[in-house]
Design a protein around this ligand. Structure first.
Ligand SMILES: [Zn+2]
Length: 376
């Protein structure tokens, strides 16, 4: 056995490098060696004929602090179910409990877990069945200095700052927690990811404060606080934010993806930058399921396979500023996703119960993280 892995005969889709062809992908020493390149005898071979081989998919919005928060799911089970190699946790942990997240989840996980650290001290601490207390509601919990300190102490895993804003998450504090989080992002030089739920504050107010490189998640949420007006026109503040370089992320979750919003936005030519699941304990069995299923929803909206792969690989890699991830260029980190397109008649439900039928779906085959293969 060598430390070389050959994923043989699959359709390799690498949007960052403009590649879409059948090839053998070789990963050696934990790095991408190339396509159809020479490999030593005794290399591990994964047969991928008829399957799709892509850069390791990155789910930009997950909740994987299993056991430490009530919304967490097990990262490695989820990685295999979704064929994602990198799971970016979106603020499950804050500075008060980040060390536990790092030691008990990130370190032992086979999958690559990175994090937006929450600006609220204990992260999303009370999101359960029949128990929902917004962690941004009580301003006393907002811990700017502590969040900045813990972010600086964990540069390998903290890739950004998180805050949740809306009637449910920030309640009477309104938009104030966003200003605290922006201050932390500015001080640390990290991008911010902002959740938006029902108003107040309004979608326009929230997105207007974001800077180039910041991420608005739940971007195609339903009314109230949809990204478009009732007649389908995209809000002016949304277009202005895109002009500035603000990134728009799906973050499907339990309440944040509506067919109606998606159809209206795409009809106006406004596409999301990133497709992510916002997987957590209360949406993993539907309606979000996993990020392959969210990619299926965009395929049902007319996107091609390379387009959905791009929005779930190189686009999130750029959002988290990791140029070694999200592509299969020589020397890139050896993260690879393998999945199949299976024909059938599949029901795809949104958060409002609208169902769209589609004639195929993506199913996981396996993933390699740092060149180490695991079958789904
Ligand atoms: Zn979330």
């Amino acid at each position: 056995m060598t430390d070389t892995l050959i994923i043989r005969g699959g359709r390799v889709i690498d949007p960052a490098n403009g590649i879409d062809k059948v090839a053998d992908l070789v990963v050696s020493g934990g790095k991408v060696a190339g396509l159809d390149t020479e490999a030593p005898a005794g290399a591990q071979v994964v047969e991928a004929e008829g399957a799709i081989v892509t850069p390791g998919l990155i789910d930009l919005h997950t909740h994987v602090y299993w056991g430490g928060t009530s919304l967490g799911v097990d990262p490695d089970q989820y990685a295999l179910k979704s064929a994602c190699t990198t799971l970016v946790d979106a603020g499950s942990a804050g500075p008060g409990n980040y060390p536990g997240f790092a030691k008990h989840i990130i370190e032992p996980a086979y999958s690559r877990v990175l994090a937006y650290i929450h600006v609220s001290f204990a992260g999303i601490y009370a999101f359960g069945d029949g128990m929902r207390v917004g962690e941004s509601d009580n301003m006393r919990l907002l811990a700017a200095r502590e969040a900045a300190t813990v972010a600086r102490a964990n540069p390998d895993t903290v890739i950004g700052i998180k805050v949740r804003i809306g009637r449910h998450a920030s309640g009477a504090s309104g938009i104030m927690p966003l200003d605290v989080a922006l201050d932390v992002a500015d001080d640390t030089g990290l991008p911010l990811m902002v959740h938006i739920d029902e108003p107040p504050p309004s979608y326009g107010e929230v997105v207007s404060r974001l800077r180039k490189g910041d991420v608005l998640t739940h971007c195609f949420r339903p009314f109230p606080n949809a990204p478009m007006h009732g007649d389908g026109r995209v809000r002016d503040e949304v277009r202005a934010a895109r002009e500035r370089g603000v990134l728009f992320d799906i973050g499907h979750g339990q309440g944040s993806f509506a067919w109606k919003s998606a159809r209206a936005m795409l009809a106006e030519g406004f596409r999301p930058d990133v497709i992510s699941s916002d997987v957590h304990a209360f949406c993993i069995n539907g309606p979000a399921h996993d990020n392959l299923r969210v990619m299926d929803k965009f395929r049902a909206l007319g996107w091609t396979l390379p387009e959905v792969v791009e929005a779930a690989s190189i686009a999130p890699a750029r959002a988290i500023r990791r140029d070694d991830l999200g592509h299969l260029g020589k020397g890139a980190t050896g993260d690879v996703s393998v999945f199949r397109e299976v024909s059938g008649d599949f029901a795809l439900d949104d958060v409002r119960g609208e169902v769209v039928q589609h004639d195929s779906r993506l199913e996981p085959v396996g993933i390699a993280v740092d060149g180490v293969w695991k079958a789904a």
